[in-house]
Design a protein around this ligand. Structure first.
Ligand SMILES: Nc1nc2c(c(=O)[nH]1)N[C@H]1C(S)=C(S)[C@@H](COP(=O)(O)O)O[C@H]1N2
Ligand SMILES: [Mo]
Length: 197
């Protein structure tokens, strides 16, 4: 596995590489199915379920506070990329514009193209999570989820929904696409929560 596509981590880095993961030199694209084409003019992010329904347009997101993030990225297929540099909106800043009902405990992330993934409210509301529209100082490419994706650094990257266009608030846990297909409900890389039992 090491060699052409993977780096052996330095001692410093290896403390940041979860068990069973290898550092990749590039930034692989991992997409199930077709890559959706979404223009900024037509782009929408909808809120529904156990929250006041709302639709955000691109200009709404751009008017929110913008932040820079450096985060490690861990795909369950065993590659990790350290220190990815992103620009976007903190989830906790975004959520100041969303009115969630008290019964909500879980979220389904919905995407253009039909991909879904589930996350608990607790995992979603962490300070280090963000919606990204730039990476390494370039607009986020379509392949990597442009114009906008979610990034949840503390869970395997399948939770980091590309082309995100909906947050459905739920009073129970429902499973998203990979979670229904054998992957773990939560996906914490340090615990190697790869597959469901
Ligand atoms: N909409 C959507 N989001 C997605 C995926 C996908 O197939 N569709 N793949 C997930 C997986 S498995 C990973 S590892 C990361 C990959 O992000 P990247 O292609 O930018 O590396 O996106 C996640 N988000
Ligand atoms: Mo992945």
């Amino acid at each position: 596995m090491l060699g052409k596509f993977f780096n052996k981590p330095t001692a410093d880095e290896s403390a940041r590489v979860p068990p069973g993961q290898y550092l990749t030199k590039g930034f692989p694209v991992l997409t199930y199915g077709e890559t959706p084409q979404v223009s900024i003019e037509n782009w929408q992010l909808k809120i529904w379920g156990l929250a006041t329904p709302k639709t955000f347009r691109w200009s709404d997101l751009m008017a929110m506070p913008q932040s820079h993030f450096t985060a490690d990225f861990h795909c369950v297929t065993h590659w990790s990329k350290l220190d990815v540099q992103w620009t976007g909106i903190k989830v906790t800043d975004f959520m100041k514009y969303v009115d969630v009902y008290p019964q909500a405990v879980h979220i389904m992330e919905h995407c253009y193209g039909g991909y879904t993934t589930n996350i608990s409210i607790e995992d979603f509301l962490r300070e280090e999570n963000f919606f990204a529209h730039r990476v390494f100082d370039e607009p986020l490419s379509q392949d990597h989820g442009g114009p906008l994706r979610l990034v949840v650094p503390h869970l395997y990257a399948w939770k980091s929904a590309k082309w995100i266009n909906g947050l459905e608030f739920l009073d129970h846990e429902e499973l998203g696409f990979w979670e229904r297909n054998g992957y773990h409900k939560r996906g914490e890389p340090w615990e190697e929560e790869r597959y469901s039992d």
